[in-house]
Write a protein of this length. Sequence first.
Length: 403
Amino acid sequence: MICLEIPKKLRPLVDQARQVGEYVFRPISRKYDTAEHEYPKELDILASLLKGMNEGGGGTGAGAGGLSEKKKADGKNRNGGNMATVLGMTELCWGDVGLSLTIPGQGLGNSAISAVGSAEQRKRFGHLWAAMAITEPEAGSDPSAVRTTARLDGDQWVLDGEKIFVTCGERADAVVAWATLDRSQGRAAIKSFVVEKGTPGMVVDRLDKKLGIRASDTATVSFTDCRIPKDNILGSPDIKPKRGLSGAKKTFDNTRPIVAAMAIGVARASLELTRELLKRDGIVATSYAGTQLTAHAAEAELYRMEAELEAARLLTVKAAWMADNKIPNSVEASMSKAKAARVGNHITLRCVELCGAAGYGERQLLEKWARDSKILDIFEGTQQIQMLIIARRLLEKPSADLR
Ligand SMILES: Cc1cc2nc3c(=O)[nH]c(=O)nc-3n(C[C@H](O)[C@H](O)[C@H](O)COP(=O)(O)OP(=O)(O)OC[C@H]3O[C@@H](n4cnc5c(N)ncnc54)[C@H](O)[C@@H]3O)c2cc1C
């Protein structure tokens, strides 16, 4: 039987994440939206707390790193790290999406290391904050077009190429960079490599100025004759033509529900504030039952958006639950992201419209939330790419047939 309550053991985590969202993120939300590229030093204390929780084994860290640490389920039917991260991330992003993306030690690269790294690598790189560098000027939605190369030279891999849009690319201690061992062999030759900051040949070229999530740094990083130890490759260096981008898929199956959770958090924040602001204008949204015919148009709109948000939330917890229980969840992970990001974009923007001047002005955070929400329908695979993945799976078509 499916129980849709928040699991008892995860309630403290959800409460803590909510408090961080409310008392740490919200007060500095506008500050780091305005001061783009300034490091949010207030988060350092949060990072130490999360690190302590993870090291102590008692926490279910609400972030990519925390997720992956707890992922090693013991085969029992359970709610584990994926559920914890999804629920925690919802609350953190209710506070602020950009700040949630820049919590030290909780990068997407950390998820990749945990998902595909060996036990030795997880130990060696465990203390690092790792960003993920897949996208290139010529490789966005289609990662198989990656042009960054990696060649073996004695005991070292030599990387050459340029990565764009690297979240935490400047602040993180390392990046997990995707590179091809042999372009002629397509997807199967693409591998990921951990490159630590300070490695000669790795340069952060610039930071992007963005529409939203301005508290999070987005960098262009280049590699020129960049030499890293041979055992910094994640997974096997063997090129197995039938395996494709399996390591990446494994990571995305875990991380897409997290992005969905982010969208749910910020959309819920918008809905809650809109309810409050409309109440001041005498529009009181109480309960759906019995009010359908008499509801004010704005009130009815709130109910519709709440229903959409709940549908997205249910898809998201399902995808996370499946991951925790080792049930293949590629379709559900993509469905949750496609639905939640689309609904999140719609809700945050509609709330701006519903609240008039309060929605569009900078006194409230509604306009910021609409800007922050947009990226959630772009990174980790756009809306269109999620649809494509779902269609391929449902129709059992290979990517060569449906693209
Ligand atoms: C703020 C920000 C942070 C990011 N962080 C990271 C990060 O940390 N690491 C990283 O590697 N990348 C990151 N990205 C990159 C992000 O994942 C890509 O932008 C995204 O995958 C889309 O790639 P693209 O921008 O090259 O668009 P394109 O691939 O050029 O797509 C452009 C448009 O065409 C559509 N499209 C493309 N192919 C198809 C198709 N086959 N069918 C239908 N429609 C299609 C897309 O949906 C999109 O709407 C980030 C991007 C941004 C903006």
